[in-house]
Design a protein around this ligand. Sequence first.
Ligand code: FES
Length: 73
Amino acid sequence: MYVCLCKGVTDKAIAKAVAAGACSFTDVQNALGVSTQCGSCEQLARAIVAELAPLPATQFYELSAAPAALACA
Ligand code: FES
């Protein structure tokens, strides 16, 4: 599904960016250009990133137990 029509960004592209290490909406925005023109896609893009991105490391009780890939700042 297209999330950002201006930049042609799909939900799958966002998922790929998150799998490649993007930890936040800003990371995804920098990687894909999503929501950098009209901005009407921002709310949906943020929701998708929030659903897919790992929790910030500060939300883990035991940081040493968190896999490195989940240690987003
Ligand atoms: S639809 Fe994403 S910036 Fe316009």
